[in-house]
Design a protein around this ligand. Sequence first.
Ligand code: CA
Length: 499
Amino acid sequence: MNSALFTHRPMFSIVLVLVFAGLAACNTDNEVPDDSSALSVGTPAPTATVDPGMTPTPVPTVEQPGPGTPTSTPTVDPGSTAGPGVGQPVTVTPSPTVIGQPTPPRTPPPPPPTPVAPPSPTSTKTPSAGPTVEPEPLRALQLERVFSWSSPTRPTHLAEAPDESGRIFVSEQSGRILELTGDPTSATGSERLVLDIRLLVTGRANEEGLLGFALHPKFGENGKIFVYYSATGPRRSIISEFTFQPDGLIDPGSERKVLEVLQPQSNHNGGMLAFGPDGFLYISLGDGGGAGDQANNAQNTSVVLGSILRINIDTPGRAYSVPGDNPFATGQATGLGGGLPEIWAYGLRNPWRFSFDMETGELWAGDVGQNRVEEIDLIVRGGNYGWRLKEGTDCFHPSSGCDQDDFVEPVVSYSHSFGCSVSGGYVYRGSRLPSLHGAYVYGDFCSGIIWGLRHVNGSVQEQMVIAETSSSIPAFGQTLDGEVYVLTYSPGIFRFVEE
Ligand SMILES: [Ca+2]
């Protein structure tokens, strides 16, 4: 049954108000979402469902920026000193097969993000049974092109099917998903188009499009894939389920809409989808766009904008249900002390990419800043990440004297001297690179800088620039063996290598 779209009525109203308020005049800012947070991993996925309390209503649409995507207007926020906005046409130096090779150090050298008091770890997930790797100190790495026969255009995500098939998929912002087959390091392989919904997806703006996808944890049994895309009439974000056919292709006619969210502006759409170790689907949504979150959506828990949501999509007969242990599962959408039941964490500006540490279950996110600071967060249940009162560790609104006590501080942050739009990555759990094992890898869309961050027992133990590229880096991907891949506009997909 195709149906069930929803928008909480309160939000629907607010969105409409925003639309008519003519926020179009807002500056465009560069932002990229990221992921963060420590989920209570290891806890049995509650199957109890709490009625969201919302009846499926015609879902309004909203748009969000693509990877590091710029706002509806592909213009760089005048206030930004950084490079081109994410997702914008960025001048990329034709990259050789290997990027990151003898690259002259940039000036000024990227300063290590400022370590900030990290949120207390809440993850308790049992480490997965994998090869035991003794971590070595972080070191500079090179980037080697892989899947050399494939050059996805404006890639947004890469993931491996969570079964034994070894199937790897990569999405393009325009609305296509490709399957890559073959040894990543071999000279030959194949690329197959498995889904093309370009006619459903709008890409009018830099931050809109097919922004993310997630394969169902039981993909091997049900062949389900969830896709996040932007649509028009009205402008909205749609999260839909599709099903693979026996021939290995996704049936475009199998769409079942799970959630629709009106978007007042074309930028700040979040767009990441991922299943947590608890089996629930997590969804990132930006603050609604424009600049400065003029409507204060991120701090308003009666709207889903500026949040990471957590829902149970395995609910027979319903589009989805809300896990009983969501922070506002039994609350009312009244703001103070309550909120929409789908919200897992809020106070986020544009959490473009987030991911779960496949060993600890912690939820890492990169939240794209406004004009000055990019941040990496560990997302915890019910956490308020501070936007728009704070941008990273700085006060934003008000510009001084902002509340310093009630927000979860970033794990690390960096100024726009080193980029302009953070692309959250993954914790490397592969066995090939001991120096990267257990380190969270993230980058900046605008500067092409990639950092490694080792966070141990709630503290930043190590952090350094592990690679510098001349490419826009919209996102990273990870395969089941823990390897981390770098998606670029160079074009091409890369992996880290030593020496
Ligand atoms: Ca923040």
